[in-house]
Design a protein around this ligand. Structure first.
Ligand code: NAP
Length: 328
């Protein structure tokens, strides 16, 4: 491996552009290659971000021996084939969230990475922000006592465009996989285990995907979570972790820059964790650190936890009777 981790970006849409900007804040990383279904698009993106190689298909990037790690930034239903393509070509992989459409797909991806002894990570960038490290530390130190309740909401109202990925069942659309997954992984991070009982309410829209849902998770009698996701409603995007001795509020918890810690009977304490850009550098730094250390998964977000979260989402969709067309 060269001094710098050489990234190859697959699928040059909205999120790959943000990720590419984030890589500019990682000194020991470079965008070595980019790949699009369109050569013209790859050339334009590559020129903008200084990539050495610009491919007009994904396969050629996977075959490039100089790519150390592939970033998969395509719609949800392509994560499985493109992750397998890259792993089988010997590349480490960072795959956008939701990691896969269902647990069966996620398991196939994880099994392949383990067979090939390659690094694989679910790109829940939220986990790697400095504010999240601090939050985990405060919870572990029981600064707010024993956690009894986690709440998190993530919703954004956008135009209904049936062919675009948010509303399109063929692209594994819907609010839960897109944004509810942030809330579910947040609760999983705090409790460190999957819920035993799940109750939910959902509104399935005219394209056949979930547009608004409220999930209630129970982990034990005094450990619960209430999680909201939406693609037809803008919500505040706030998470709260509530314990027997106080609570911690995390505004914009999906890319947090501050925590408010309220210890029972005391004035709120605001902790700030400013960062450069939009914050995509933190997950890229984690990938680089793990690869350099010879790890095949991140200890901050192990693959077994990713799989458990996919199983939880499968269970919820089964309760809703919601299957994607390609799952029939
Ligand atoms: N971490 C985050 O904060 C975050 C934010 C937004 C999205 N995401 C995740 O990132 C993934 C992509 O989201 P996005 O908003 O970037 O999506 P997008 O812009 O609609 O599409 C991403 C790219 O996927 C490629 N693609 C391949 N097959 C496609 C098909 N049949 N239809 C459409 N695009 C196709 C296209 O790249 P080429 O034309 O270059 O081949 C497209 O530009 C999703 O899984 C999403 O959940 C994560």
């Amino acid at each position: 491996m060269s001094d710098k981790i050489r990234w190859g970006l697959i699928g040059l849409g909205v999120i790959s552009r943000k990720f590419a900007k984030g890589l500019a804040f990682v000194p020991d990383a470079e965008i070595y290659a980019v790949a699009s279904r369109s050569q013209e698009k790859a050339d334009a993106f590559g020129a903008e971000f200084g990539a050495t190689k610009c491919y007009g298909n994904y396969e050629d990037l996977a075959k490039d021996p100089n790519v150390d790690v592939a970033y998969i930034g395509t719609p949800n239903n392509y994560h499985l084939p493109q992750t397998l393509l890259c792993l089988k070509a010997g590349k480490h992989v960072l795959c956008e969230k939701p990691f896969a459409v269902n647990a069966k797909e996620a398991k196939a991806m994880i099994d392949c990475a383990r067979e090939e002894s390659l690094f694989l990570m679910d790109a829940f960038w939220t986990r790697y922000f400095p504010a999240m490290y601090k939050l985990r530390e405060l919870v572990a130190e029981k600064v707010i006592g024993d956690v009894m309740l986690v709440t998190a909401d993530f919703g954004g109202r956008g135009p209904v465009v049936p062919e675009k990925r948010h509303f399109n069942p063929d692209l594994a659309g819907g609010a839960m996989l897109d944004v509810g997954s942030y809330c579910i992984q947040f609760a999983s991070m705090i409790y460190g285990k999957p819920p035993t009982d799940i109750a939910s309410q959902v509104a399935i829209g005219e394209t056949g995907v979930d547009e608004l849902s409220v999930l209630v998770f129970k982990y034990s009698d005094y450990e619960m979570a209430a999680l909201t996701s939406a693609i037809r409603l803008t919500t505040p995007h706030e998470a709260r972790v509530m314990g027997t001795e106080g609570y911690i509020a995390i505004p914009d918890f999906w890319h947090p820059s501050e925590l408010t810690v309220v210890r029972s009977g005391q004035a709120p304490e605001l902790l700030r964790f400013p960062y450069e850009g939009e914050g995509f550098q933190f997950e890229a730094i984690e990938v680089g650190d793990c690869i350099r250390a010879g790890l095949t998964e991140s200890p901050v977000y192990p693959l077994d936890e990713t799989l458990t979260i996919m199983e939880t989402m499968d269970r919820i969709r089964a309760d809703w009777g919601m299957r994607y067309p390609f799952e029939q």
